[in-house]
Design a protein around this ligand. Sequence first.
Ligand code: GDP
Ligand code: MG
Length: 556
Amino acid sequence: FPVENIRNFSIVAHVDHGKSTLADRLLELTGTIDKTKNNKQVLDKLQVERERGITVKAQTASLFYNCEGKQYLLNLIDTPGHVDFSYEVSRSLSACQGVLLVVDANEGIQAQTVANFFLAFEAQLSVIPVINKIDLKNADPERVENQIEKVFDIPSDECIKISAKLGTNVESVLQAIIERIPPPKVHRKNPLRALVFDSTFDQYRGVIANVALFDGVVSKGDKIVSAHTQKTYEVNEVGVLNPNEQPTHKLYAGQVGYLIAGMKDVTEAQIGDTLCLHKQPVEPLPGFKSAKPMVFAGMYPLDQSEYNNLKSAIEKLTLNDSSVTVHRDSSLALGAGWRLGFLGLLHMEVFNQRLEQEYNASVILTTPTVPYKAVLSSSKLIKARRAVQKNMIFIDQNRVMLKYLFPLNEIVVDFYDSLKSLSSGYASFDYEDAGYQTAELVKMDILLNGNTVEELVTVVHKDKAHSIGKAICERLKDSLPRQLFEIAIQAAIGSKIIARETVKAYRKNVLAKCYGGDITRKMKLLKRQAEGKKKLRKIGNVEVPKDAFIKVLKTQ
Ligand code: GDP
Ligand code: MG
């Protein structure tokens, strides 16, 4: 396939502006999939994507398109729109020369529209603005054109107005891809240089690497080397994604496809790796900046006997989602587990759901926290942190873009929901890391009859300590069984008690239920009670069932 007839592009946009629907139409128009009424976001293959109606993984598809007697190969990458998955977007862009920037004709430019535009702009890609959903009653494509000109400095006559749902004007998107996006700059005569930009683990075939070829050719039977591990493999299969895997004889520079080479271990073919021929080593491609986790949570198997299975499931899933960081951790209450870092709360939920659905794992996930850096000093310091306004840009008469500096902890949990309800759904939100700031944080202990419960020690903002402490005490009260004596549940900062709940004393006579003298039944009950005790932890004189920890630590 001549390089000048290849176009590699991504579809980027704010959530729900219609990327995956546009991808459906492009697949249909090029005859890649049959045109039926049922093509709804066909590239959203994961169960979690179909259930939530969002894209979380970038997906690749190769399309053939005939135009003025020439056949073109278009490699499309559909990307997620939510801020938590922008790492997927930036990786996808490394395999592209252009993007379709989709903007909803009704909603106009939103937070992730801006974020994605700048990702493409910084990568020096051609940007084709596509105004979608012009069929909607309240659509105002002219207003959106003006926003695009004002915010991105793209002349408004470059915008293509379409309805991805109805298929209106989608053909001109294909035209623009051919005219405005340059073919990849590659050298087929040079030795092979392939970038692994995504990777999945298949139980039977091992690692399936998605590759973009920058130089050379690769065929079945070639001996290749990973720049990352220096291990040598024989290529078993190469092919294109159509959108399902379709084997081909060779892959040439400029193409995007997949490669299977008997890598059986998840540490092989990591995302960002460069593959080259065994006899012709090359300088590796730059790879990717590692993602920076924003939210941390503990993950434990529901039962410790499941530890090894869960470990292997986490390893396989992190091969496919390299933005998750994993460190071993353990907790007195929950046993051996891991501390995982995620890019946001949605990312954490999706990862958890994928573990359950794709790997059949059941896990306990603890309440998420954000990273703090502790500086020890004699006085605790510093003024209260509040959001600080940084700048304000009017996009048009109706929309304004505000920039604020926030403590991460304040936005991670429920900020997005509050913002949406306050603005009746009109506001959108994006964030990036602004570094560490000093803050007035305190260490909060939870005490049972005066003894610290180590698994519940947390770091919280001084102003929030009271409400958080109270909530934990209440949750613990609800999940602690009554015992022979009264139990005081307290939240404390240093020696100062800030919240308290009490569990009243109760004499639990398990045998009371056994009327008459059925001795075997009594024995059974006593045995069951003893087994229950094994799952208890004693803190001072208070027995805490494992369940109670799980209820308090688990995310709601
Ligand atoms: P994505 O998050 O950007 O991938 O958006 P989707 O493609 O999943 O679409 C989000 C929603 O918008 C879905 O309910 C689509 O049916 C709807 N949608 C997409 N394109 C259009 C369009 O041109 N017109 C209308 N009315 N709805 C659309
Ligand atoms: Mg989508």
